[in-house]
Design a protein around this ligand. Structure first.
Ligand SMILES: Cc1ncc(COP(=O)(O)O)c(C=O)c1O
Length: 357
């Protein structure tokens, strides 16, 4: 059995969902559970997030999985559908689509009567400068007004490219275009806030907010920790000590012998590696937490093992080491690796055990 475990704290998830409610009290909450709930395991997370008004996912399979779990809330497909068959399946399963290109409008219109009869909303994506998906101004105004005239209920949707940055000029452009379109298509519902925007721009919460990373207790901001944001880490990733060693000054550890001891030191070998999703890059010294205290990762991360500095620590075979969680924040591990918490959470492999409480 793999001596590594991902623990999911359902109460922390509910706490974070309540934080969204506090920050956006008048908006409906579309909890983003795409990518297996940011790597946390969608089935368990849905149970903890059952109070959400709706769910957001990236593809049809993710949406159908939610329906198969018995959840009846609206689901938004944030990239929409990519064939006539997918449109049929979306209607059959009461899944709402985003439209961001003409072909998707054609597929939608082919299922107009059934879509409207089921009370499904159409999310129309504005490209206001992110330049990934969406209709630009002024085309989007015609798209929304035509859909409305045909009887569809529309939500104007937009995604900020720099919601985590304080003074990016694109933020003003995106906000201005969103407000312009909303006014030109009034009345129309609106949704443009992800986690960072929920914190920064309460006046833009409108009808639906779309929190992702904040639900899972990681920070959308490079310069603010989850503690600053009053969020609780949901995932604790641990692995056990499987061997204890001592090395002398001048001896090295692991592949490439990149670490050479300058004094006698104790090592603990921990059963975790990049085969589990633990990152290998380490642009900076990385740490794990042992009994809540930080201790160094020594030498290279291998596929299945790491070494940590056990000098002076009360470590035994089987001691659980926290790779990230409440004591060693995933955002800090990510920073040491030149990446973001989102990526580390999403790219865990299937190998660690999973436990939810
Ligand atoms: C369209 C859309 N809305 C909301 C989110 C949630 O963003 P965050 O996890 O930063 O809250 C995402 C995430 O990528 C997204 O693509």
């Amino acid at each position: 059995m793999r001596q590594a475990t991902v623990y999911i704290d359902s109460e922390a998830l509910q706490y974070n969902l309540n934080r969204v409610k506090q920050l956006a009290p008048t908006a409906k909450i579309v909890s983003m559970v795409k990518a297996n709930a940011y790597g946390h395991g969608v089935k368990d997370c849905l149970a903890a997030l059952a109070d959400s008004d709706a769910f957001g996912v990236a593809c049809l399979e993710e949406a159908i999985e939610i329906r198969e779990q018995g959840y009846q809330q609206p689901i938004t497909l944030i990239e929409g559908i990519f064939s006539d068959d997918e449109m049929q399946a979306a209607v059959d399963n009461s899944i709402e689509v985003i439209v961001h290109q003409q072909q998707q409008l054609d597929w939608l219109r082919a299922y107009k009567d059934a879509y409207i009869a089921k009370g499904l909303k159409v999310w129309v994506k504005l490209n206001s400068g992110m330049n990934r998906l969406g209709f630009k101004v002024p085309e989007i105004i015609d798209v929304i007004n035509s859909l409305k005239a045909e009887g569809f209920t529309c939500v104007l949707a937009m995604h900020f490219a720099n919601a985590d940055a304080d003074h990016h000029p694109l933020n003003d452009q995106q906000r201005a275009q969103f407000l312009q379109v909303k006014e030109a298509c009034a009345p129309v519902m609106g949704s443009c806030c992800n986690s960072a925007a929920i914190y920064k721009w309460p006046e833009l919460n409108f009808d639906f907010v779309r929190p992702g990373i904040m639900l899972y207790g990681a920070s959308p901001f490079a310069d603010k920790s989850v503690h600053d944001l009053d969020l609780k880490p949901v995932m604790t990733f641990t692995a056990e000590v499987i061997a204890l060693n001592s090395i002398q000054a001048g001896e090295s550890v692991g592949y490439g012998s990149t670490f050479v001891a300058d004094k006698v030191m104790d090592l603990a070998i921990v059963s975790i590696g990049y085969g589990d999703g633990y990152p290998r890059a380490f642009l900076k010294q990385n740490y794990v937490a042992v009994n809540g205290q930080p201790t160094r990762v020594i030498g290279r991360v291998a596929m299945d093992m790491i070494a940590i500095d056990a000098t002076g620590l009360d470590l035994k075979l089987g001691t659980e080491v926290e790779l990230w969680g409440k004591n060693r924040l995933v955002d800090d591990v990510a920073e040491a690796n030149g990446t973001i918490g989102y990526e580390l959470l999403c790219r865990l492999s299937a190998r660690p055990l999973r436990k939810t409480k």
